[in-house]
Design a protein around this ligand. Structure first.
Ligand SMILES: C[S@@+](CC[C@H](N)C(=O)[O-])C[C@H]1O[C@@H](n2cnc3c(N)ncnc32)[C@H](O)[C@@H]1O
Length: 291
């Protein structure tokens, strides 16, 4: 397997500074929860428990088929932003023409490697170029990614939107897109209000995963507390590490309704063309056109 190419912003000394700064400001970027092998393992286990791939398989299968049926080219590049283990991209690749190139990208090197080896096994013959970078903070990202892309581009942006305030991540996504690109993104929804969702985050496996950061980075003894909050019109879940001397924001998960998502994407020239909603109504996949 090709070794992932690593963006210079992921150099250990740069990350060390960024991490120290985030501890000082009390807001930990989500990427620091997927950094070590143990964090990746804990995340994959809880992802398996609370969003088992089998439950969401029909949703992603439907979206993959729809995207592939609209894809007009014999070749092109599938660029996965925050690819995680790559299962959803593989599902999509299987419906796309054989000539597609796959560029799995993530801030976590172990997860990028996992996605690349899954695609090597399940989609033999696909050209795979794994990349590691931080979508939220990397400089000159188009210079880093551009040389690995072909003209026709299909982006996946699965599981990233929930973990950022939209104004922090959508401008970064937009910079990578050009008019005519296809984009598949997922968003978390709250059909019965956010309180009904809370137990999916306010549980031991999630607290254990999030507690890895304070435990291994010298934060004072404390506990992880999960609650709900509003940010303008948008509801979100927030997890904080609370100790007697310091409170640190560890994690957010934003929830949308379809109208809120449309309004949120619109200023970035991203238009929802087709939507697919999970059986329980809590996750949506949106096929988008880029203006
Ligand atoms: C919820 S997971 C989704 C994984 C996969 N796309 C899926 O849907 O199964 C979020 C992924 O985004 C990655 N991630 C988090 N912050 C990131 C950032 N700033 N830049 C790039 N990737 C990031 C994480 O490492 C993780 O793999």
């Amino acid at each position: 397997m090709i070794e992932p190419r690593i963006h210079p912003g992921q150099r250990p000394e740069v990350l060390k500074l960024e991490k120290a700064q985030s501890i000082r400001t009390g807001i930990i970027p989500s990427k620091f929860h997927y950094e070590t092998d143990r964090q990746a393992e804990l995340w994959l286990a809880l992802h398996e428990q609370f969003a088992p791939p089998t439950d969401l398989a029909p949703l992603y299968e439907q979206a993959a088929q729809a995207a592939a049926s609209r894809w007009p080219y014999a070749q092109g590049t599938l660029i996965a932003l925050g690819c995680g283990g790559g299962e959803k991209d593989c599902r999509l690749l299987k419906h796309l023409p054989d000539g597609m190139r796959y560029v799995p990208t993530d801030v976590s090197k172990p997860l990028v490697r996992k996605a690349a080896s899954l695609a090597t096994r399940e989609c033999p013959g696909t050209e795979i170029i794994p990349l590691v970078f931080d979508l939220a903070s990397a400089d000159s990202l188009n210079d880093f990614i551009g040389p690995h892309l072909t003209a026709n581009r299909l982006f996946t942006f699965f599981g990233l939107l929930p973990n950022f305030a939209p104004a922090d991540i959508l401008p970064k996504l937009r910079v990578l897109l050009t008019q005519g690109n296809m984009l598949l993104l997922s968003a978390n929804l709250a059909p019965a209000g956010i309180k009904a969702i809370l137990p999916q985050y306010d549980n031991e496996p999630t607290r254990q995963w999030l507690a890895e950061f304070p435990r291994t980075n010298g934060l004072p003894e404390g506990e992880v507390i999960v609650s709900t909050e509003m940010d303008g019109d948008l509801e979100h879940i927030i997890a904080r590490h609370v100790s007697p001397s310091k409170t640190t924001g560890l994690f957010v998960s934003y929830r949308y309704t379809l109208p809120l998502l449309r309004d949120t994407l619109e200023p970035y020239g991203i238009q929802i063309e087709q939507e697919f909603i999970s059986a329980n109504g809590e996750e949506g996949v949106f096929l988008c056109a880029v203006q």
